[in-house]
Design a protein around this ligand. Sequence first.
Ligand SMILES: NC(=O)c1ccc[n+]([C@@H]2O[C@H](COP(=O)([O-])OP(=O)(O)OC[C@H]3O[C@@H](n4cnc5c(N)ncnc54)[C@H](O)[C@@H]3O)[C@@H](O)[C@H]2O)c1
Ligand SMILES: NC(=[NH2+])NCCC[C@H](N)C(=O)O
Length: 705
Amino acid sequence: MTESIRFLMCSPDHYDVDYVINPWMEGNIHKSSFDKAREQWQNLYHLIKEHAIVDLVNPAKGWPDMVFTANAGLVLDKTVVLSRFYHKERQGEEPYFKTWFEGQGFTVHELPKDLPFEGAGDALFDREGRYLWAGYGFRSELDSHPLIAEWLDIEVLSLRLMDERFYHLDTCFCPLKGGYLMYYPPAFDSYSNRLIELRIPPEKLIIVEEPDAVNFACNTVNVNQMVIMNKASENLKARIEEAGFTVLETPLTEFLKAGGAAKCLTLRVTEPVIVDRHAVVKVESHTVLMEGHLLDAGLINRALDLVVEGGGSFKVLNFNLGEQRQSTSKAEIKISAPSHEVMEEIISQLIDIGVVSLEEDQRDARLQPVEQDGVGPDDFYVSTIYPTEVRVNGQWLTVQHQRMDGAIAISQTPNGLVAQCKILRDLKVGERVVVDVVGLRTIRKTESREARNAPQEFSFMSSGVSSERRVELIVEQVAWELRQIRDRGGKVVVTAGPVVIHTGGAQHLSHLIRQGYVQALLGGNAIAVHDMEQSIMGTSLGMDMKQGIAVKGGHRHHLKVINSVRRYGSIAAAVENGLVKSGVMYECVKNNIPFSLAGSIRDDGPLPDTQMDLIKAQEHYAELLQGADMILMLSSMLHSIGVGNMTPSGVKMVCVDINPAVVTKLSDRGSVESIGVVTDVGLFLSLLVNQLDKLTSRYGVVQVG
Ligand SMILES: NC(=O)c1ccc[n+]([C@@H]2O[C@H](COP(=O)([O-])OP(=O)(O)OC[C@H]3O[C@@H](n4cnc5c(N)ncnc54)[C@H](O)[C@@H]3O)[C@@H](O)[C@H]2O)c1
Ligand SMILES: NC(=[NH2+])NCCC[C@H](N)C(=O)O
């Protein structure tokens, strides 16, 4: 027995599974056998007593989980941080443990009432005493970590738990003597796994597989070279033994029913103390402000979800609820994250939904010089579609040419400082680029309850019969807006793929161009090729478009068309010379509608107009998109997503595709202006043209052709 090592245990006199506060307890209420539990506990007690001193705290009636003394608190030297239980089912244990610690002469620290922390169940010392691993995500709050670091004067490394079966750190993580670590990696998020790998060399990592993890193999008591656990596979035992430990198994099945095993049933009260240690904590906190229809528009939920899903935690400091439907609410929220890196990621997402820093915390943006043309600093802030402002020299500058996936470049001009969104390749030495997330804010329209509740995605397939009517409804809305835009001299840009032609949509798109509803067309080689194939040869992809049957040798038609157009030198020349007499490209040429065809690796030919220099093609697209009021995206994943990336919020995008994933990708930019329609594009265009004609003709439907 090692005199200097002491554990605290609590006899299972009142132990039972009385309630469900973790997944192991589900279905196990009153299913553990009292006698068997007592016997298993006694075996563990005697086993530990052979190697260390065991102190006992008196069990209290009505607190069945008190047997899990790991959750009494966290002890280092003569100081203890008392647990603040997350669930009310265990909160009554706190005073009993407090009395015991005080009775033993410990200095007891108590966390604020609403800051849960479940003691050594969620905090494990490196066995050499160098630092403390602390878990958060289920039972303990991240905000408890800075206090623990301060009280125990130790470095705290925060780990986020992701799998509710492993709700306490000690269920999936076990530091062992000699710097070894036995753990189950999938229980943690990727940031935490990286942190673990940075601290522990690979040869000291004992990775536990799921079958052992669910037998609570990580819930091990380590006394010098001895490890005591419920059960381990032969393979795991061999690996632990190879690291120089002796494995002692002692069945604890009755306690597994409550979600605990060997380590949970003990609290080590003599942890290794090293003199030269100091409080270090990477947890960062930042208070932000939100204003708008926070409840009606669901903004507050979205913000808090972003924080938690991003690996942080929050505390709502103030909430001012708007009283009337039209009045806005205001909230002040303290965000915490385990590191600056995680905080940056969370804040950049919060900025996108319009969250700002408190007035008194507002600082200038951090800028770094461009050192090489076309290359930004490592940590550059990636722009979004939302109108953004950046604070430089105490002044908020509006960012020009807003688009997503760019960098914000600040340059000095004769008219003062200018901020603009630039794609990386356009950055120039002499400019400074925004890094980090301070000194940035986005200007979001106050999203109303009505706008949020309006359906953003319509589908023929996903929501049964009624959805057909919903597509009609969205077509009515799009038609109405197209007419408004045309009548006020606005701009509609269409991106289209060849499916428009294959599905019989060419005549409808042609009609829209003729009627002045389209001001620019963006696409690739294929839409033009197949459109002209239909015009010249009556087929699309070799299919007779009137009879719907394959034409013999038809699969070569499009190559012949390409060849003929190449002979003329351009699509315009092919139209002017009478080779192409109808169709989408014909209407563009005849109505002076600019078009841009961007090349791709799939292209046959290509047509003389297809721009195979992709940088030039992107520039031409951007030029034609300037000033657009609406973009109609018709069945081209490649070109629609390309266009989506170049477009700032405020431009209405209507994306039509048969694949819901494409529609979701485009309508899921958090922009209320985007609408996705999951349907056949030929059908959509025919409905649209009919609706437009209804709107423009007093006497009903006009013939389309
Ligand atoms: N012969 C050629 O030169 C040739 C042929 C084909 C494609 N390409 C080129 O390849 C690139 C990618 O082509 P893309 O844009 O057609 O392909 P894409 O895969 O990017 O997009 C096609 C989209 O159409 C959707 N779709 C399919 N059937 C539909 C229907 N009935 N109704 C609505 N949506 C439907 C798909 O879900 C898909 O999202 C383009 O640059 C194109 O010009 C060239
Ligand atoms: N340190 C531990 N993992 N303790 C296990 C505690 C089990 C207890 N039923 C709970 O859910 O709180």
